[in-house]
Design a binder for this molecule. Sequence first.
Ligand code: URA
Length: 239
Amino acid sequence: MARLDRLLANLGYGSRREVTDLVARRQVTLDGAMVKDAGARIAVSADLPERMTVSGQPLDPPAPLTILMHKPLDVVCSHREPGRSVYEILPRRWQGRMPALSTVGRLDKDTSGLLLITDDGPFLHRVISPKAHVAKRYVATLDRPLRGDEAEVFAAGTLMLEGESDALAPAVLEVLGPKEARLTITEGRYHQVRRMFAAMGNHVTTLHRDRIGALALPEDMAPGAWRVLTPAEQASLFA
Ligand code: URA
């Protein structure tokens, strides 16, 4: 159970005072009836958006919330980096949510593809933990033709990136063309894919993530598009 004013404030609808005002202005309904008391206790369940409206619109999904996004190029994954962030693609109100939404790992500004954004801490940690071995799959195009030994080197689990003291876990490379490859990694080190190819004397020109675990980026999802991930899809990632 949650107090209505706290629930709405935590969903980013405003301060406790502002949401109390919303209630006073008869802007909140539950099961078709006006809610009159901002201090009312509400059972928070996933179906609440189907039962509650705020200013005539369905309530935003309560936590835990996970978003699947096709991250476009030229947006950043952190509030701290300069430039437009992935959070600005989502409804503005969601930037005020508590618990806050965070990206599940990061994609570089010049990397596109499957990005998850969640307020579910245990889920986030399970996906990014190197111990969980959740596979992240990338398609890279390269500046120069592949040498031919990259798959072997990446699979060995001995490759050391510049400035690091632990070898990378084994990774799987599939050659798609002379200058194109699919690479599946289970870690998420800083600029990992770009640095792996740099270690082989190459340079990544485009990078796109198309899969996390068993979850693929839907082919019909355009860059910049997003949707809420269902709990079943979220669980299927670990299948
Ligand atoms: N590896 C990279 O180098 N960049 C990304 O965005 C993701 C993985």
